[in-house]
Write a protein that binds this ligand. Structure first.
Ligand SMILES: [Zn+2]
Length: 434
């Protein structure tokens, strides 16, 4: 059986949860108990919870982790020009070593901003898997597919999907990393390959992570080519029905209410990426209410650092809540508690994990926030509100994933080495400058 080695229980004493002081006992990877007063086992490691509030950690449901090395490169250009002239020529230089350090840097940034799980879509999966394993957090690593309708590439994809599946399953021992499929988008992958991947995902119980309806022009092109919008097209191919709750549709920004119905009916997951959509000028009227009321599980992501510039889920949560209120003209839409639920619990749900909740039996993925940080003052029983609307991630003091401390007092193991090596990789990756 997969799993990490047994270790001492953790005992968090006197921490604020929903404005009440509690003790929390963590045994192995799970929360064993939460109560006003608990007995501390003699073998437990004590964490002083005074001056701290506890929250579930975030799940970044759509990103391209190693692209953190492209941070700030080619900003403020149109999407296609940026891809074709800045990113793609340099992605030819990617190596296992670059992916490894890029992913370590991404994991470091995620831990520092309270994220303990992410859904990734990029290349050289074994190197990314090693980086995630060593960082102590969780990831769904998507094997990224582009075939641009070329039959030879499509044939190669079929071999590689099975090969990577086998390698990732063998090489990861902690149970924190899992393998999925990530066809890039309906406009970069042929219908045949999209369908073949959906069959493979259904047969092998894998997630199917894809960019959907990110821009208006993508929808127009789909209508011109197929006579249908992207989600309608995937529905007609039977993909939404086959993959169901294993489907993860990133962006999904330009949808009609009928499409939202269709996505919800098939219990698909959708990931909102507000900061990336805003920065690339793709739009902001995300149909959160329509999608969730239709039965869709809506989660949150940052997208890669080359389009959202950071991996900070706390910032993304605030942007998401403000955008919903703003474009609907309704301040009651998406209250703070619901925003946190989308950013945490719904992400775990999309990954098929019972994290994102503070209750006995759930996965011990949680963070302690410093309530003496200026954003939490004055203390007036508004802790959750202050987290979502006032705080920055520098208030996050301690992060626990799978029952293990991955950050304490804002220090992460190996952080100096990670930053030094990641910085060195930039010269290896970026050789072409338009
Ligand atoms: Zn993306």
């Amino acid at each position: 059986m997969k799993g990490e080695k047994k270790r001492s229980p953790l005992f968090i004493q006197g921490v604020l949860l929903d404005e009440q002081k509690v003790d929390i006992l963590i045994e192995d990877s799970r929360i064993a108990g939460i109560d006003a007063k608990l007995e501390m086992p003699a073998s437990a490691l004590l964490i002083d919870g005074r001056g701290k509030a506890v929250f579930p950690t975030f799940v970044n449901m759509h990103t391209h982790a190693a692209m953190t090395l492209f941070r700030g490169f080619g900003d403020d250009h149109p999407l296609q020009e940026w891809l074709q002239e800045w990113i793609w020529p340099n992605e030819k230089n990617l190596t296992e070593e670059i992916i490894y350090w890029g992913t370590r840097l991404a994991c470091l940034e995620m831990i520092k901003s309270g994220t303990t799980a992410f859904a990734d879509m990029y290349f050289h999966l074994p190197a990314a898997a090693k980086a995630v394993e060593e960082s102590g957090i969780r990831a769904l690593l998507g094997y990224t597919v582009f075939d641009f309708g070329d039959p030879a590439t499509a044939a190669k994809v079929k071999d590689e999907v099975a090969e990577w599946h086998c390698r990732i399953s063998k090489e990861t021992g902690s149970g924190r990393v899992c393998y999925g499929l990530a066809p890039h988008a309906p406009y970069t992958v042929s219908d045949k390959t999209l369908s073949w991947l959906a069959d493979y995902a259904a047969e092998n119980g894998l997630k199917y992570h894809i960019h959907m309806s990110e821009t208006e022009s993508e929808v127009e092109n789909s209508i011109a080519q197929h006579g249908k919008r992207p989600y309608e097209h995937l529905h007609d191919l039977g993909i939404l029905q086959k993959t169901g709750d294993r489907f993860i549709g990133a962006h999904s920004l330009h949808l009609t209410e009928e499409e939202a119905e269709m996505v919800g009916r098939n219990r698909c997951n959708v990931v909102h990426n507000p900061n990336s959509n805003l920065k690339l000028g793709s739009g902001f009227k995300f149909l959160y209410q329509e999608l969730s009321q239709a039965g869709c599980n809506v989660s949150l992501g940052t997208d890669g650092c080359s389009s959202s510039n950071n991996l900070d889920m706390l910032e993304a949560t605030k942007t998401m809540a403000l955008l919903q209120k703003g474009w609907r003209g309704d301040p009651t839409t998406m209250p703070a508690r619901e925003a946190l639920e989308v950013a945490s619990r719904n992400g775990y749900r999309a990954l098929g994990l019972d994290g994102g909740q503070l209750r006995a039996g759930a996965l011990a993925d949680l963070m302690l926030v410093d309530i003496n940080n200026v954003a939490f003052l004055p203390h007036n029983d508004n802790t959750l509100s202050n987290l979502i609307y006032a705080a920055h991630s520098d208030a996050i003091d301690t992060v626990i994933c799978n029952g293990r401390i991955v950050m304490e007092g804002r220090r992460v193991a190996d952080e100096d080495e990670i930053m030094k090596n990641a910085d060195k990789m930039v010269g290896e990756l970026i050789k072409h400058r338009p």
